[in-house]
Write a protein that binds this ligand. Structure first.
Ligand code: ASP
Length: 324
């Protein structure tokens, strides 16, 4: 009897060893916005373009993390790549306001210090995510808006561009269509979260906001706790979706708080916030998140979300639609 028991214990030990999942040493996730993303709207020919930019952003951040760089460096670099692409609603590809202008928002947060920086309603900063980081590191403040943010970015040596830099024919047509039909406002945004080799989390988000938005409207992306949050004791989160809801439901911080106060896993916390709180209220969108153990979550209540991750274990995934 004793021998059988011993054999059983040994085999259980071996089986559990076989299935044990090694935690990732470092991880990076990106998103390129959520919304009505289906195979009808995104035929195969153009899918590749989106996947290439997401992949390039992931690889850039991944290589930095592999070389020992901080999660903040990885997040900023990955987001800059998406901001420089005309495909995503951030930086170069920013959408237009009702008046036909581009007003951009961004924020970044360091989970190891809880320091954060943000810029909002900026019209001439090529990479708002870098301006957000400068605010965090080189000013006494968390958020600068409009003209002040622009003067500060110039003083910090960042690239300042003419507002025509942000003009793209595709976004202009979207605005004209919305002005005519008053259809649903489109969302999308870019974001990144990362866990580095030192166990530090960071999160960042950058956006042009929502097409046809009112002058001066600021969404959740530059608001710490709404569109962006990072805390080494819990997780890093970057959101995308209808900003007014994400602000009112403090989505990014709520996920962290459920982990901290209720001891929920990242997956359960994200599921509850996106599906049980946001969705019944009519808030559309999603999040990407990573916890301090390297667990990843990409949760959304829209038909799709551009998203992907890369882990030190070698696993890499890029997805667009709901079920893939
Ligand atoms: N959350 C952004 C905003 O409301 C838009 C988006 O994510 O698509 O400004």
């Amino acid at each position: 009897m004793k021998t059988i028991f011993h054999l059983l214990t040994v085999s259980l030990f071996i089986i559990s060893g076989c299935f044990r999942i090694e935690p990732a040493e470092f991880v990076i996730l990106v998103h390129g916005g959520s919304g009505n993303i289906s195979s009808d709207n995104f035929p195969e020919e153009i899918r590749e373009e989106y996947i290439n930019v997401l992949s390039c952003a992931l690889d850039t951040g991944f290589l930095l993390l592999r070389s020992g760089a901080s999660s903040l460096d990885a997040v900023e670099s990955a987001i800059r790549i998406m901001e420089d692409s005309p495909l995503f609603n951030a930086g170069k590809g920013a959408v237009f306001t009702h008046e036909g202008k581009n007003e951009l928002d961004a924020s970044i947060m360091d989970g190891s210090t809880l320091k954060a920086g943000a810029v909002a309603s900026v019209t001439d900063i090529r990479n708002p995510i870098s301006a957000a980081r400068k605010v965090m590191e080189n000013s006494e403040h968390v958020m600068l808006v409009g003209k002040g943010a622009s003067v500060f970015a110039r003083q910090q040596g960042l690239d300042i561009v003419d507002s025509s830099y942000f003009f793209t024919e595709r976004r202009w047509r979207s605005l004209q269509q919305l002005l005519k039909e008053k259809g649903p406002e489109k969302y999308s945004t870019v974001g990144c979260v990362a866990l580095d080799k030192n166990g530090n989390l960071a999160a960042g988000t950058s956006t042009g906001g929502m097409t046809n938005k009112m002058f001066g409207r600021i969404g959740d992306s530059p608001i710490i706790g709404a569109g962006t949050y990072a805390n080494n004791t819990t997780c890093g989160v970057s959101a995308t979706g209808h900003g007014e809801f994400f602000i009112r439901y403090t989505v990014a911080h709520d996920i962290s708080a459920l982990m901290e106060y209720k001891n929920l896993s990242l997956a359960e916390a994200a599921r509850q916030v996106i599906h049980e709180k946001l969705e019944p209220a009519g808030g559309k969108g999603g999040i990407i998140a990573v916890d301090n153990q390297g667990n990843v979550v990409m949760e959304f209540n829209t038909s799709g979300m551009f998203r992907g991750y890369a882990k030190s274990t070698g696993e890499k995934k890029i997805l667009m639609f709901g079920v893939e």
